[in-house]
Structure formats: C-alpha cells, structure tokens
Design a binder for this molecule. Sequence first.
Ligand SMILES: [Zn+2]
Length: 405
Amino acid sequence: MRRCRLCGSDRLASVVDLGATPPCELFLTEEQLDEPEPTYPLHLRVCTDCRLAQLPPLIRPEDTFTEYAYFSSYSASWVEHARRFADSALDRLAPGFVVEVASNDGYLLRHVVERGVRCLGVEPSANVGQAARDRGVPTLTAFLDPETGAAIRAEHGPADLVVANNVYAHVPDIVGFTQGLRALVADDGWVSIEVQHLLTLMELNQYDTIYHEHFQYYTVASAQRALATGGLTLVDVELLPTHGGSIRLWARPAEAAAGPGPRVADVLDREKAAGLAETGGYAEFGERVAKVRRDLLRFLIDAAESGKTVVGYGAPGKGNTLLNHCGIRPDLLAYTVDRNPYKHGRFTPGTRIPVLPPSKIAEDRPDYVLVLPWNLRTELLEQLSYVREWGGRLVFPIPSLEVAP
Ligand SMILES: [Zn+2]
C-alpha cells in the first residue's frame, strides 16, 4: 500500500500524473538507442494529512549514476550565490564550525575556508568530494543519516551551522536525513536549507521540475512538519529566485528555538491563500499542466506543417520531463543543443532527440528556438539575441507558451 513518507498516512491524493518516463539525466549513446530503456511512473501525489507532495522512491541516486557528475563550481552564478550566502551567514552567526551536507565540489565551503573558519563537507559522491579536497575543503565521503551525523559530531564536535542546499528534495528517507541534521547541529546552533518551493512550482506551472530524482516538493508548511520529525523548529524563511523559486529555511533545535518568526507566518499565509493548505487547492494544477502541453504541441505541429524549422536550446534534466510528457520527437524538434560537452552526440532519454553543440544554431539558422531551461530566461534572451539576426524567434514553453518578439 502507498504510504506517506513523512507521516505514514495512506491517504494520498493525485496532483498530476505525468505518465512513465526514464530517469531524466540518463542521456543515451548511439549504441543505447537499440537497447531497452526502462521507464518509471511519474505521478505526483499529496498527503491529505501532512500535505507533503511526493513521488514514490522508485529509483535511487545510485541507479542513475553515470560517469557524468554535476560539479557545482561549473556554474559561475551558483558559486557567486554561495559566496554571498556564506559571507552573510558568517557575519551574522559567527560560527566556529560549519558542516555542509551534500557539499558537492566545495563550491560553498571554499568561501568558508577562505575566511579561516573550520568546516567539513559531507558528500556522497566520491569523485566530487575529491574535487573539494583538491581545492582545500575538508570533505568526508558519506551519506547523511542519524548514525553518520552522530559519528561526525563525536569526532569533530557539534556544528554551529549546518547547511543543506539542494538536497532536501533528493533524499527518500526524509525523517532519517532530518534526524541526521539534528545530530550534527549544536544544541544552540543553526540549520540552513535551500529547496525548491512548491508554491511557485504550482503558481508558475513549473511542472517540468518534477522528476524522479526529486522525491518530495515542499511548502513551508510541509517543510515545517518534516523538520519537526528530527527535533528541529523552523524559525525563519527567505524567498529566493533560484531554480525558478526556492525557499531558504532557517531551523534550530526545538529546545533553542523561540518559535517561527513573522516571515514564516507571511509565507504560510500566502500558501493558504493559494489553497495549498487544503487538498482541493492542488486539483487545478493538472488542468494547467495539460494546457501547457496542448499549447506547446499545437505550436510545434503548426510550425512543422508550415515548413518552419524548430530546434531546442539546452538539455537540462527538467527538459526531459517536458519532452516526454508532451511526446515531442525529432519530427517536431529536430535537435537540441547544450553547453555541456558530455551530452554532445547523445540523445535525450525517452524522446531520443539528438543533443549537439550550441554552434549548430548559428549554422542552421532555424525559424524557432525552443528554450528548455526557462529559468535562465533573462540571461538567455541576451545570450541568444543573435537568433534575431536571421529573423529567428525564441520560444518559452513555461509558465505558458510565449514566442518572444
Ligand atoms: Zn503525510
């Protein structure tokens, strides 16, 4: 029987059923095109008791492991985001010891090291953790659970600040992970978590950010409940523009926390106003998702019928949720391009659209370029402005179909 991963309830209501899709980061080689390709149901449900929106944990991170690993430091804007966060947290809290969970290649802790503050990264991927150590960031190869948390505390002492960015959605054992955070943090310390916000996901139809690697999607209300399972109290929240709309949660051990501050109450009110405190508030989302699909397909079919060429820009994981859900194949989207050379010569999972280098767009001068990483809209409007030189237009599928002038 299906059970809520947070509270154990069996009352799970459907939010949106996106069909069955392959893991979104498994880009195929040419040889793999002739091999079977496993798919997994992608059906988002919400618990009608605790309101955690969730996918069943059908695949584990290690199942999708490829030689390609995501190194956070490749993204200059992400490193800069991390630097600003580290600076302001160090100024405000003056921690003596900082631990970051899922610390990747040290993109954040390198700034803590620079400031001469003692720190430790905890990173499950061995080769990514090695990159951090090479950069002078002490890093342990481990996956956080209550036992690892306690072992780290015993060896290094409690952390005054524990950071967990872009990982809280990726852990199937949300309760064990939260207890691990509590084990790490000092009794009067702070925990800071960044995670995508379900409110913006739903308001802006960002349904392509639903994929198998994200096991749960948080409102501030459900995050508050999740934190409580580990003995952590949510005290503050910041709204961030990253990933189309994220929240930064500030929590403290329940015994040290004064209770939720005014910003928590504000966001809880907004979520309530959007209907997310009631099961009925999730019901219209599926309709809006269906409209995104119809509008995009209509555009692509009309373009194909009238002899216009359409290619894609970007091959992000979320693009594959969109392409698979819409059933877009190379007859409607000849190819897409990506800056990551690992993906060149490979094919998008499920839809098998070729991924080529970005220079192909200027060579081919297509009529339309469908932008898959819509969250980079502002910078891509500028970066791809050359498309207008031959009268080409950029197309954004989300939040609703837009053909840029
Ligand atoms: Zn629940």
